[in-house]
Design a protein around this ligand. Structure first.
Ligand code: MEV
Length: 313
């Protein structure tokens, strides 16, 4: 069981990434990987951030203008909570692989906010934690839809749509399934920053908005069909939708060699559907393979990738 204290969940997106930035629906689910964080008083006279696993250790600069991009994102938390002057040490234990499309940055923001909330007994509600983590995501990649921080905060299988107006609450609906859906996550090992792929898609969209809006609409439509397929436990149909979604993501040019290889491996070993998940450009894929999970995972590992069997819902 996942401990909810000072923890942020990693996630997969089953359908709808990238299009969700432009107002389409997306389906996302937590995975049993989380980032945890602790906060402790010190007498060092500043905010110290430690991520031992990554060999990261820094003193948060009080002046936002002097922070690098990494400090800027998490720094927002301390500015907003007015904790920049405190003498505190935050230790972060990231169990979500970095830059693998699994929501690691949002999970880290949520874990740090929750650690501070507990330590200083701030009494933050989940919606406040989510809103603050969204600010971090916006700094990390300008046009974040807010889906990663929402799953990182609530840890639920969700249908999500961003608010039409900045500042309004997004639409999120928990999807309750009668039966859990088994998936294999293939992790390519090729790090990719969501900021980069989201920026690439934005450039393409700016050159030809009508063309790309058409792709986003198709993704929106198949995501909504995906909700039906999940609720009816029609996995063949869900697999088809995932395959088509991957084709459309490919049209957005957010795939990579490694991602294509993983998708092919999954399909050749009997997956009903396989697609990249999250930002793409590397990162991870999800494969729907109710009958041959072990076979698909083993084939991915044989090809030198990491694989993880999960269930959603
Ligand atoms: C990243 O997990 C999902 C994207 O759609 C970006 C976002 O929604 O912020 C690629």
């Amino acid at each position: 069981a996942v401990d909810h204290r000072a923890c942020g969940h990693g996630k997969i997106i089953l359908l709808g990434e990238h299009a969700v930035v432009y107002g389409s629906h997306a389906i996302a689910a937590p995975v049993p990987l989380a980032v945890r964080a602790t906060a402790q008083d010190t007498n060092s006279g500043g905010v110290d951030m430690l991520i031992p696993r990554w060999g990261v250790e820094y003193r948060l600069h009080r002046d936002p203008a002097h922070r690098d991009s990494f400090q800027r994102s998490l720094g927002i938390i301390f500015d907003q909570l007015e904790l920049t002057e405190r003498s505190v040490r935050i230790e972060v234990f990231p169990n979500v692989p970095r830059a693998m499309g699994l929501g690691g940055s949002a999970a880290m923001a949520v874990a740090v906010i929750r650690a501070l909330d507990q330590h200083y007994q701030l009494g933050l509600r989940d919606d406040e934690i989510n809103a603050l983590a969204f600010r971090c995501e916006e700094v990390a990649h300008g046009s974040a839809s807010g889906i990663d921080n929402t799953v990182a905060t609530y840890g639920k299988l969700l249908l999500y749509k961003r608010a039409a107006q900045k500042g309004d609450a997004p639409m999120m609906r928990e999807l309750k399934l009668a039966k859990r859906i088994p998936l294999v996550i293939g992790i390519s090992g090729k790090e990719s920053l969501t900021a980069v792929t989201v920026g690439k898609v934005r450039n393409a969209w700016q050159r030809n908005p009508a063309l790309y809006d058409g792709i986003f609409q198709q993704i929106d439509g198949l995501t909504l069909q995906g909700v039906e397929a999940m609720q009816q436990y029609d996995l063949e149909r869900l697999g088809d939708l995932m395959n088509i979604c991957h084709g459309l993501l490919n049209a957005l040019r957010v795939s990579s060699w490694e991602v294509e290889e993983l998708v092919q491996i999954a399909r050749e070993h009997g997956a009903l559907g396989a697609k990249l998940t999250g930002g793409g450009g590397g990162g991870s894929i999800v494969a729907l393979c109710p009958q041959n999970k072990e076979k698909v995972a083993a084939a991915m590992r044989d090809a030198g990738y990491q694989a993880m069997e999960v269930e959603i819902g």
